[in-house]
Design a protein around this ligand. Structure first.
Ligand code: 5GP
Length: 196
């Protein structure tokens, strides 16, 4: 089964819609990780971005890490994650961005040590979910601050009705989402028809 269809089926079977437009997929993506399935998603990410000359995959802790690791491992490059909650346990100079968290309803600084991103890097930004685009914008800011190139962004589940994805595409970011949800009113999840 193609990974996109398999992901949609898994979301329908195992996902739960919570108030505030939050989709919980703790059984395979956010708390328990379905490792075999994650590898399949990583492979799909490799297929989409293998020609982009990626040197690093960048995400933000905690829930982006598993997907970003799977993609980076298939591409054969390191994965770097931005840390939240201030820079207290990140030594030395950092790249920093302020990000409003959709799930926690507050603003965090996210930081990446300058040791792990540099001007020669070609970066693929990965995350588990895309809603309004704040997390992605923070990671794009950090990448650009490092003088590195943003090759694109890869998302496991985009909530298309929240508009962050459309804004980023309009800005010219190459954004690929494995599944795009167009609506989830009354717990009824509807996916966007794929264009290919
Ligand atoms: P954005 O910054 O695009 O508004 O939201 C994306 C971030 O918030 C992701 O890093 C993700 O962890 C979290 N997030 C947003 N919406 C959801 C959701 O429906 N379910 C889960 N589990 N996380 C979400």
């Amino acid at each position: 089964m193609v990974p996109v269809k398999a992901l949609e089926d898994k979301i329908l079977k195992e996902g739960e819609v919570f108030p505030g437009n939050i989709l919980k997929v703790g059984s395979f993506l956010n708390q328990q990780i379905d490792t075999a399935f994650m590898n399949l998603m990583g492979e799909e990410g490799r297929r989409l971005f293998e020609d982009a000359g990626i040197t690093k995959v960048l995400t933000v802790e905690a829930s982006g890490i598993a997907f970003a690791f799977a993609v980076a491992s298939k591409l054969g490059v390191p994965m770097v994650f931005a840390k939240k909650h201030g820079a207290s346990n990140v030594s030395g100079d950092v790249y920093k961005a302020s990000v409003y968290s959709f799930t926690h309803k507050k603003t965090f600084d996210i930081v990446v040590s300058r040791d792990f991103l540099s001007a020669g890097d070609v970066v693929l930004i990965c995350d588990d979910f895309l809603a309004n685009g704040n997390a992605l914008n923070g990671l794009i800011h950090i990448t650009e601050d490092a003088g590195a190139k943003v090759a694109g962004a890869l998302i496991a589940v985009e909530k298309g009705f929240q508009g962050g994805g459309d804004l980023l595409r309009a800005e010219g970011v190459r954004l690929e989402s494995l599944a795009i949800i167009d609506s989830m009113e009354d717990g009824n999840i509807v996916f966007r028809e794929s264009s290919d």
